[in-house]
Design a protein around this ligand. Structure first.
Ligand code: NAD
Ligand SMILES: O=C(O)C1=N[C@H](C(=O)O)CCC1
Length: 251
């Protein structure tokens, strides 16, 4: 399978290029970065493109990949329900125009520990009165809260809503800025600290007990098995898939 990498000069993109080059069944055919056009002419005949760029560029890149007839595996954060909806609509138009079977996989985290932590958190969510998320990252990260934390909080909120659980108790009257971001009613706190890579802690509380689910990504190579799995699987998954948990059958 021929693979292009967008954001190839970045921390994740460079790691993905090395992983693709090290995989016997994959061939790295294009390395694109800021300023390069994303089009059939620059993609080197790629079957799949992997996007680890920036939140402000990733949606346009995915639309350009669909136009070029290339499957997409996206790790870049910053996606919203609206931007994902536009991708679904574009895939629909492409299929109607005779390009069926194109797949786009968007995953806020390709690390197995993070995907499992999110899955376990969604399972635990309904059993606790309180739930909060703390994400901790390197200080060069441009967005907050992390895509992973948003995805985790959204899954917790959906599980609690399904089960009819009341909002987490919170008597705060002043100083709301210290209570983190509100993601679907779940408080999310973002730490930026030199030395960290990517880490998440999900806290659940009941009277007299606490459950803490924690995952740590110490090195970017830990994301590579998930990225390569996504590359191999996306070609057989037409349409939009959100979250590696769906590829791993954990959803
Ligand atoms: N899904 C995951 O498992 C996972 C893991 C790590 C990071 N991320 C996310 O991946 C993204 C990239 O992270 P990073 O640490 O590699 O960032 P980075 O800043 O090191 O790299 C981003 C690269 O994208 C390039 N770029 C900017 N605009 C571009 C464009 N229009 N087209 C092509 N390239 C462009 C930049 O020049 C840079 O080389 C972030 O959104 C981050 O949150 C996701
Ligand atoms: O290094 C980053 O930036 C990361 N971003 C992702 C996120 O925002 O969830 C995943 C982990 C690393």
């Amino acid at each position: 399978m021929r693979v292009a990498v967008l954001g190839a000069a970045g921390r994740m993109g460079a790691t993905v290029c090395a992983a693709v080059e090290g995989a016997a069944d994959l061939e790295l055919v294009a390395r694109l970065d800021a300023g390069d056009e994303v089009a059939a002419a620059t993609l080197g005949g790629a079957d799949v493109a992997v996007d680890f760029t920036v939140p402000s560029a990733t949606e346009a890149n995915v639309h350009a990949l669909i136009d070029a007839g290339v499957h997409a595996v996206v790790g870049t954060t910053g996606w919203t329900e609206e931007s994902r909806g536009r991708v679904v609509a574009h895939l629909g138009r492409a299929a109607a125009a005779g390009a069926p079977g194109l797949g786009v996989l968007i995953a806020p985290n390709f690390g197995l520990s993070a995907v499992l932590a999110m899955t376990f958190a969604a399972k635990a969510a309904r059993y606790f009165e309180s739930a909060e998320v703390i994400e901790l990252h390197h200080p060069d990260k441009v967005d907050a809260p992390s895509g992973t934390a948003r995805h985790t909080a959204a899954a917790i909120a959906a599980a609690r809503a399904d089960a009819g659980v009341a909002p987490s108790p919170d008597a705060t009257e002043t100083g709301w800025e210290a209570r983190g971001a509100d993601v679907d009613g779940v408080r999310v706190h973002a730490v930026r600290l030199r030395g960290l890579v990517a880490h998440e802690e999900i806290l659940f509380g009941n009277a007299g007990e606490q459950l803490v689910i924690r995952q740590d990504s110490f090195d970017r190579v830990s994301f590579m098995p998930g990225v390569l799995l996504g590359v191999r699987e996306v070609v057989g998954r037409p349409g939009l898939t959100v979250g590696l948990e769906n590829v791993l059958d954990l959803a």
